[in-house]
Design a protein around this ligand. Sequence first.
Ligand SMILES: NC(=O)C1=CN([C@@H]2O[C@H](COP(=O)(O)OP(=O)(O)OC[C@H]3O[C@@H](n4cnc5c(N)ncnc54)[C@H](OP(=O)(O)O)[C@@H]3O)[C@@H](O)[C@H]2O)C=CC1
Ligand SMILES: O=C1O[C@H](COP(=O)(O)O)[C@@H](O)[C@H](O)[C@H]1O
Length: 673
Amino acid sequence: MSLSFPTLSIPSWDSSTSRPIPQCSSSLNVSAGSLQVVTKNSGGGAGLCRRFCGLKLWVIKRFNLWKKNREFGPLKEFMTIKYQSLPDDSAEETKRLSKSEESSLHELQADPFTNVVPSRSHSLNHATEGGRGPSLCIAVIGATGELARAKIFPALFALYYSGFLPEDVVIFGYSRKDLTDEDLRSIIASTLTCRIDHQQNCGDKMEAFLSKTYYLNGGYDNCVGMSNLNARMEQIEGGSKANRIFYLSVPQEALLDVASCLADNAQTCKGWNRIIIEKPFGFDALSSQQFTKSLLSKFEEKQLYRIDHLLGRNLIENLTVLRFSNLVFEPLWSRTYIRNIQIILSEDLHSQTRRYFDGYGIIRDIVHSHILQTIALLAMEPPISLDGEDIRNEKVKVLRSIRRLDPSDVILGQYKSTSGDKVNLNNLTPTFFAAALYIDNARWDGVPFLIKTGLGLIKHRVEIRINFHNVPGNLYRERLGHNIDLATNELILSDAPDEAILVKINNKIPGLGLQLDASELNLLYKDKYSAEVPDSYEHLLLDVIDGDNHLFMRSDELAAAWNILTPILQEIDKNNATPELYEIPTKVVGSFLLGKVLFLSHNSVLDDEQLTTGQIDPQPLLSKSSSLPEAKLDLLHKFHVRFQDVLILELRRRQPQIYPTNKVLDHRMTIAD
Ligand SMILES: NC(=O)C1=CN([C@@H]2O[C@H](COP(=O)(O)OP(=O)(O)OC[C@H]3O[C@@H](n4cnc5c(N)ncnc54)[C@H](OP(=O)(O)O)[C@@H]3O)[C@@H](O)[C@H]2O)C=CC1
Ligand SMILES: O=C1O[C@H](COP(=O)(O)O)[C@@H](O)[C@H](O)[C@H]1O
């Protein structure tokens, strides 16, 4: 069978010799008080340019620090310096140094009535205290596209609205269409909404925001387009300190050309330049490696922010907060106490918006970055600090310790297309994926990380479930019913349908006698917190502005993630792993598929009685040789045989020493579709 995956053509830049030379603004005249620094960009190497600018800004920083110290005292200066335009290295250094000062400042800034400390002390509006801060130019390349309209501009507006962008921010929209500033503004205006808690001045804020947006027609030569963009930015920056963010929201085929032209023609030497890159990050290990090589021949690693908006959810950030700031969790966080971890990301409607989805499929779209990054954050060793690089150092160790996925540990499915579908799926493109992953290190040896993700499932669910072992020698086992596995503790971190943290515990039912009940300690966010949850693009854009890159994949993480998935991707490419078709919306698609694939492939029979009572003994299942009739499949379907039940069954078959066969499957302990 012939394959029709789109192949990514990766134009590579010649990086064999020295790194190409980026053009910073052609001449600089930066003043910092009486300090005049004039530099000509003679087209030296990028490193030289950066180092020189770095040195220059370091001098300016020191000068400003000294000056501000005299005016305001050390605390305030620190804040001023922190938000100034520093080369990345210096900014990192400042970030490390400033932690204690920042916390004292936090105390000072706490609202005296509620004692609530603003969660982001780094609103760039602070930058203007005591003098003009660096200007910030944000360029959205691909401004007329779906993503820019639906997500990027609304997120920028929300940040502006809440005071997280400096007053003098300037936002450029760039594409090849022949539009005016006004055209762009009306496109953006059509998608802007106000935050419910500040409705009063929304109209004014919108107007102010729109007046800061400009359009640039880049034309069909991106290098010319980027030079023009640079000229417009310089005009606005007016020769003062300036930072730039370039959000590359263009189709993958255009990415390298845009990035290369940007690197050479639109970077400033008067502050930092950060580049946001949208997923998918390559098509497979090889194409991604070439892609990365090309990018790194033009930019430094720390300039690159590979964005996966799913990582901007509160749930993800909270993973590390819960673990590292609560004594009750971290000591239990290992194979000694944890039986398995489940990561579920199911979408109710099959999303038609991803134009690249066909040929890419759910493994590249969701598993590669979102699921693997979630596992990395959840399973990493404690980093030495919250610094982005320290966290990335730990994440990459986890990714490199995950066993390459054995194709036979994977279940693939594809929803049946309907006539109205915009995307015609290639018959090898999976839209459903379930698997067990293993991390081969001391902390996690033998603990299955069970993943389920799919489109077109009945319910939108984003959830992480941490299942703990049985209590050894449990005194109450007689009271816990016949299946002690049902009575294990579970920590459930839920993002959708509701944001919540739940801990499943065994509890005495009040009253005489001793009856136990499995109850949930339940922190339901909507009952506890009234603040509106910002969109994940807002969170991540703010991280880029702050230079916090811990939720963005570094090149080595990217490569390690591809390495895990390569065996299954190759099997799909060779047509050895064809997804099972399923109807949408399907109530129990996961169970149905798993049941069908696993039971049928082992030619087993399910006994009606076993099914209806839930007393499923895996042994006869796996040994009998006749195939499962349709009617029984239907029964299986109705019975909601659950994802983990079936996986556990299969895992037991393969690794009986780790999963000894019980008379009864640990059946209702986990996930329903
Ligand atoms: N849409 C989404 O929800 C998601 C998108 N992504 C990724 O984001 C990126 C953008 O997606 P999306 O907005 O949907 O794509 P669209 O096709 O809707 O928009 C692409 C934009 O890029 C511009 N463009 C196209 N070719 C070039 C070029 N050679 N040089 C400069 N600009 C160009 C287009 O305008 P013009 O033709 O006028 O130049 C348009 O503004 C893609 O990489 C995609 O993979 C990732 C996750 C989700
Ligand atoms: O990035 C992606 O995310 C969406 C789901 O995002 P949401 O904010 O709408 O929940 C997913 O549909 C898509 O496949 C993926 O590319």
